[in-house]
Every structure is written in C-alpha cells, then in structure tokens.
Design a protein around this ligand. Structure first.
Ligand SMILES: [Zn+2]
Ligand SMILES: [Zn+2]
Length: 85
C-alpha cells in the first residue's frame, strides 16, 4: 500500500472507476455514473484532460484520460503512459 499522496485533498475528488480494486463493482450509483458518496478518487492533479488520480481504497495511483477539455497531444510523453508509476 502506498501512502496517500500529499496532494490528496478530499475537497478535490473525481468519480472514476478504479482499475486496480474495482471497489465500485456492482454499485448502482456508480453504474449510473453519478457522484457516489462511497466510491470516489482523489484528484491529485491534471494535465489538460488527463487526470492524475489516487484511489483511497487501495491507494493505487494512475492516470485517467477524461476526454474533456484540452487536447491529449504529448500527454504520453509527459506521463510515460498509463500503468507506470
Ligand atoms: Zn482502488
Ligand atoms: Zn459507488
């Protein structure tokens, strides 16, 4: 388990499914993509539309391409791609 990132702030949250622990599996609220009070992630930072997230359940850190806003050009170069710490 990783420690929580110092940037983790409960005031900045994102509702994205965790690819590591799937704690939202079978949750009706999450299935409807609503803001579930039990399943959310810390939004550590973002680069354009790429979100840098940490899961409070399993403390995994990963990048999520939200597809919103800015172009994703260059994001792989910056982050090394998803799945690498
Ligand atoms: Zn998780
Ligand atoms: Zn949920």
């Amino acid at each position: 388990m990783l420690p929580l990132d110092p940037q983790a702030d409960i005031g900045r949250r994102a509702w994205v499914r965790c690819p590591h622990c799937d704690d939202s599996d079978g949750c009706a609220t999450c299935e409807e993509r609503r803001t579930c009070s039990a399943h959310w992630r810390y939004l550590l930072s973002n680069t354009g539309s790429l979100l840098h997230l940490q899961c409070p359940s399993c403390t995994a850190i990963w990048d999520h391409e939200s597809g919103f806003g800015a172009t994703r050009s260059g994001w792989r170069r910056v982050t090394g791609g998803p799945g690498r710490a």
